[in-house]
Design a binder for this molecule. Structure first.
Ligand code: SAM
Length: 324
């Protein structure tokens, strides 16, 4: 009667439900968001602990079962059920999210929550064990990856509870873990697209050196395209005094070599014919210059911390190099 494709694994161990509730630190004034309430085992205890529960459930049969379960109880007016795909619907206000989710939506859901405004206090979520370990991984850990870096940019993440397969009906194939995610306040003042663009490149081969990664043709050509587009935009927005404009837009990357000015003056026609190759290597030098400046050439992403990526991004940006 359960849909595997919808990730329906019902929590059957009441002690486990209690310990999730207890670890969640719910206040009696909290509006709680639950995702995938299923038959309502967790929902019931959430209603006991908080002020109200908004539950988003995809499966209409489960929605019915849930409504039947709480109909005519004192809980019914504090429970609101939204039928739909949590990834597609607008989320309402909530203080805290507590959920045993279908694992196939783990990553998009995590970032949907972290983008939600106003920022909530915390989310306590059951994930597949490996996903959970990726979320909390630190530089040097085997599972440290783009997911770790991106999540930890936006939130503090901690592992709360290991959960074996047999706590569910039917049991899933994998073990699980409950994780706490607390959004950072204030949110970091970094452009997330830029950030993710850099981190994505750095983790294409996390054990290669940063230098080796940025020497790849593919990477350089994408970055150079971006770079030229931005430069072209700046030129077209400028006036006769383009050099000055560019210099200031590019910031005061003092040590960096900004002598590429001449390309701005010249007619576009020349560019493709003459400069295709040499521009490429000039750009490569610029990129490698940034890595040298921050001493990142010989480092590996698997060992870089949050602050390193932040620093590297700001060096690139100062040099006019962007990732989105
Ligand atoms: N919370 C219940 C429990 O712990 O017993 C059930 C958890 S079960 C792992 C996941 C639930 O999420 C299922 O009821 C499933 O129908 C629902 N679901 C699956 N995909 C969903 C989606 N995209 N949006 C909302 N709910 C979804």
């Amino acid at each position: 009667q359960f849909h595997k494709s919808k990730g329906q694994h019902i929590l059957k161990n009441p002690l486990l439900v209690d310990s999730i509730i207890q670890k969640a630190g719910i206040n009696s004034t909290d509006v709680i968001l639950e995702i995938g309430p299923g038959t309502g085992n967790l929902t019931k205890k959430l209603l006991e602990a908080g002020k109200s529960v908004v539950a988003v459930e995809l499966d209409p049969r489960m929605v019915l079962e849930l409504q039947r379960r709480f109909q005519g109880t004192p809980y019914s007016n504090r429970l609101k059920v939204i039928q739909g795909d949590v990834l597609k619907c607008d989320l309402p206000y909530f203080d805290i999210c507590v959920a045993n989710i279908p694992y196939q939506i783990s990553s998009p859901l995590t970032f949907k929550l972290l983008n939600h405004r106003p920022v909530f206090r915390c989310a306590v979520i059951m994930f597949q064990r490996e996903f959970a370990m990726r979320l909390v991984a630190q530089p040097g850990d085997t599972l440290y990856c783009r997911l770790s870096v991106n999540t930890q940019l936006l939130a503090r993440v901690s592992h709360l509870l290991k959960v074996g397969k047999n706590n569910f009906r039917p049991p899933p194939k994998v073990d699980s873990s409950v994780v706490r995610i607390e959004p950072r306040k204030p949110a970091p003042s970094v452009n997330f697209k830029e950030w993710d663009g850099l981190v994505r490149i750095c983790f294409t081969r996390k054990n290669k050196t940063i230098g080796a990664i940025f020497k790849q043709k593919r990477v350089l050509s994408i970055l150079e395209k971006n770079y030229k587009t931005l430069q072209a935009l700046q030129v077209s927005q400028g006036n006769g005094d383009q050099m000055a404009t560019d210099a200031s837009v590019l910031g005061d990357g003092g040590e960096l070599n900004m002598e590429t000015d001449d390309e701005n003056d010249d007619v576009d026609d020349d560019m493709e014919m003459d400069d295709g190759e040499s521009k490429g290597s000039e750009f490569k030098e610029k990129v490698l210059g940034v890595l040298k400046q921050g001493k990142y050439e010989d480092k590996r992403s698997s060992k870089l911390a949050q602050a390193d990526f932040m620093h590297l991004l700001s060096l690139f940006n100062q040099a006019g190099i962007h990732f989105s």
